[in-house]
Structure formats: C-alpha cells, structure tokens
Design a protein around this ligand. Structure first.
Ligand SMILES: *Cc1c(COP(=O)(O)O)cnc(C)c1O
Length: 409
C-alpha cells in the first residue's frame, strides 16, 4: 500500500499568487473593458540581451551538426561557465574554486533542495517576511508542525521579524538555530543587508556551527558600492555559508532557467569536516539532476562577458528607473515606502494600518492596479504591500498615473 508524504498536508498558505489571480479575475469579469495594471508580478518583461541571444543561437547551431554535437555535460556545470562565475566573484575580491560552484536550473530549486543535505532535526530560521520556498520546503521535509492559521506560522520554525524599526533586517535569533535563510537584496522588502549586519550573522553562525543559506538572486540590483553583493565578502563566511544565485533577475532568464550555488570546501558543521558538505551537495545533484541545459549555459557565459554585462546592466537600470517611478509616485501620495534603491521591489506601508489584503482590494477596486499583499510573505508583512519594478515602462507609468488619479487617500 502506497502512502503519501503527510508533511504536504501541513502546508497552509501557498495560496498567495492563486488568490491574487482569483481576485484580479473576479474584478475583471465584473468590470469588463477596464484595463488592469499589474505591479504584482516578480517576473521579468524585457527581452534578452543581444549577446545572450547570439550565444544561445550559436550553441543551438552547434548541436545541429554531428561533429560539434554534445550530450550530457558535467553535473556541476560547464567549466567555461564556472570560470566566468568565479571571475565575477574575483572582482569582488572573493576567491572561489571551480569545484565549489554548482550550476543549476535556478535559485528556486537550489534554495529548496539545499535543505536535503542537512539532518531532519535542524532548527530552521527565516526572515519574516520571506520568499516562501525556504519555509515550504522545510515543511515538506517534516521539520515543522502544521500551519497555524491564527499566528500565520509553523511551529518548529524560528521567525526573525523584519520591521521598520530594524530596517527590515532581523536581529540575531534569541534561541539556538542551525540553518538560517537570509535573502539580500530581499524579496519582498527590498532591504539590503550591510556588511555589519551580515558580519553579525556570520559570527553567530561560526560560533554555533550553524549554516547560513544566502540567497543573492537580486545582487545585480545593488548599485551602492558599500553594500555586499555576496556573503563571501564577509571574512569567515566561507566556513558557515552557502550562497545561491541566479541569472533570472540579472539577465532575464526567468523562462530560460539558469542559476548556481556555491558550497565552499571550508564549510563545516559539528559533524561535517571541511569538504563534506561540498561532497554531499555534489552527491545530491548528481543523483537528482543531470545538469543545466548546455545551450543555456552558453547564454549564461555570454551574460557574464564584458559586453553581456553592459547589456544586462542596461536592463537592470531600466527596471530600477521603474522602481524610482513607483516610489516617487507612492511617496507623493504620502505612503511610506522602503526598498527600491538597490532592489526591484518597493515595500509600501499601508495607510492608517489598513490590512494588506484590504489595501490590495482598494488598489484593485479604485486604481485597477494589481499588487502583492505583504502578509502573503509572512505575518510580519501584515500592513505592507509589495510593488514590483519588473513591468514595462509604459505599464508602470500608466499604473502610477491611475493610482494618482483614482486612489482615494
Ligand atoms: C526570483 C527569485 C529567485 C530566482 O529563482 P529562479 O529559480 O532562479 O528563477 C530566487 N530567490 C528569490 C528570493 C527570488 O525572488
């Protein structure tokens, strides 16, 4: 008799994006002819950089001929791409060896799968609010109780609240935790951790032999030179941190699919000497994964070439101009806004303590703008709403014009 993984039944939420779609659809059906403006999606809209397209085409062309055709590549990714990734770290004065880099099909899979190399008894800590993958994958792995609809939390997870008064970066957990998920620049708050803030966590992790899983998917959006783009810019982080990154947001690969993780050989836990976790991740990937698409890996290397980087940077700058338009528009209406400086998300405080979903409905009803309610990312997101800068310029401008013209404040 087969049985199911009952941990899946513990999942409570996961209804965020379907619920947004449901409400937007219901509104559109009731008001035919009304144009909906979408500032909710965390998906890219700008076309791929020309260098990337050429590299993808060339790679496909090579597969069309018998003498240049290739099949399975290395599980950990093509050497040329890992070299390009290593060189990009080197510019930040971070030394990473090629066998510490694992190319993948994206940061979602890596940030979800990484917990499988850690024991079931590890205590997990997450930023609240956070990207839902960190919590949900640990629920599925059986590290929690069921979702508590009253608290909006899972017993067994340590939530590290991110509020206005701590600049949306958490204090150290007051209890002992083993695996700490940090995301900077943060989705959804747009907050970026400073060197000092990360140093605190690195020191805590080294002291307790905890491991930090650092999601740097938005690192390309950091323009302030003082802010760290990699956790390995913090001394000692190679002993306590795994970094996950992606081409999705930096090069528009959300549909193309490519990412990487760094698992340093110097990373240790109480029961794992140097190189052990690196070997476990290799073992995990080589068992469950047959490598990222070879065509796509050429596209990734092109995105990291000097020309590709200039082209991708121009796209990042385009999104960041959207971020300014959104933030200036909301600020002029008197809304308190955070993020949007070094991240493509604006985290706006709802007026008069209105609940996230109520403000979502108000924006939809009055201005026909679809956003993302902050409470969907964790209980500390209540009272906030997320605006995404990933839209097209024209749609972003029209959405803001509609908010200015129609939102009753
Ligand atoms: C978009 C996003 C990613 C990227 O995921 P991919 O699987 O690489 O597309 C990772 N982490 C966070 C927090 C994100 O918002």
């Amino acid at each position: 008799m087969a049985t199911i993984n009952i941990n899946y039944d513990k999942l409570g939420a996961g209804y965020l994006f379907p619920e947004i779609a449901r409400r937007a659809k219901a509104f559109a059906e009731k008001h035919p002819g009304v144009e909906l403006h979408r500032l909710g999606i965390g998906d890219t809209t700008q076309p791929l950089a020309p260098s990337v397209v050429r590299a993808l085409q060339d790679a496909a062309e090579r597969l069309s001929k018998g003498d240049t055709y290739t099949g399975y590549g290395d599980y950990e990714g093509e050497k040329f791409l890992r070299e390009a990734i290593r060189d990009a770290y080197r510019e930040r004065k971070v030394e990473i060896e090629l066998d510490e880099i694992f190319v993948s099909d994206g940061a979602k899979s890596d940030s979800g799968n990484i917990q499988t190399i850690f024991g079931p008894e590890n205590i997990i800590a997450v930023q609240d609010p956070a990207y839902p993958v960190y919590v949900d994958t640990n629920v599925m792995a059986g590290r929690t109780e069921s979702f508590n609809t009253v608290t909006g939390q899972y017993a067994g997870i340590v939530y590290m609240p991110c509020h206005e008064h701590n600049d949306f970066f958490p204090e150290l957990p007051s209890e002992k935790v083993d695996l700490i998920y940090l995301c900077s620049p943060n989705n959804p708050t747009g907050a970026v951790a400073t060197k000092q803030q990360l140093t605190q966590f690195v020191e805590y992790a080294r002291q307790l032999k905890a491991v930090i899983i650092f999601d740097a998917a938005y690192s390309a959006f950091i323009s302030d030179a003082r802010l760290p783009r990699s956790i390995y810019e913090i001394p000692g982080a190679d002993e306590c941190a795994i970094e996950v990154n992606s081409f999705s947001k930096s090069a528009g690969f959300t549909g193309v699919r490519l990412g990487w993780s760094v698992v340093p050989k110097s990373l240790i836990t109480e029961d794992a000497p140097a190189s052990k976790l690196n070997a476990l991740w290799y073992r995990r990937q080589s068992t469950f994964f047959n490598g990222a698409s070879n065509i796509v890996q050429y596209g990734g290397a092109a995105a990291l070439s000097p020309k590709g980087r200039r082209e991708c940077q121009a796209i990042v700058d385009y999104y960041m101009q959207n971020a300014r338009i959104i933030r200036d528009g909301l600020t002029s209406l008197g809304l308190a806004c955070f993020g949007g400086d070094n991240a493509p998300y604006i985290w706006a405080k709802t007026p008069n303590g209105v609940r996230s979903w109520d403000f979502f409905d108000k924006l939809l009803r009055e201005a026909h703008v679809v956003t993302t309610p902050g409470s969907g990312f964790g209980p500390a997101g209540e009272g906030f709403i997320r605006f995404s800068a990933f839209g097209r310029r024209e749609s972003t401008e029209r959405a803001m014009a509609s908010i200015r013209a129609h939102l009753k404040t």
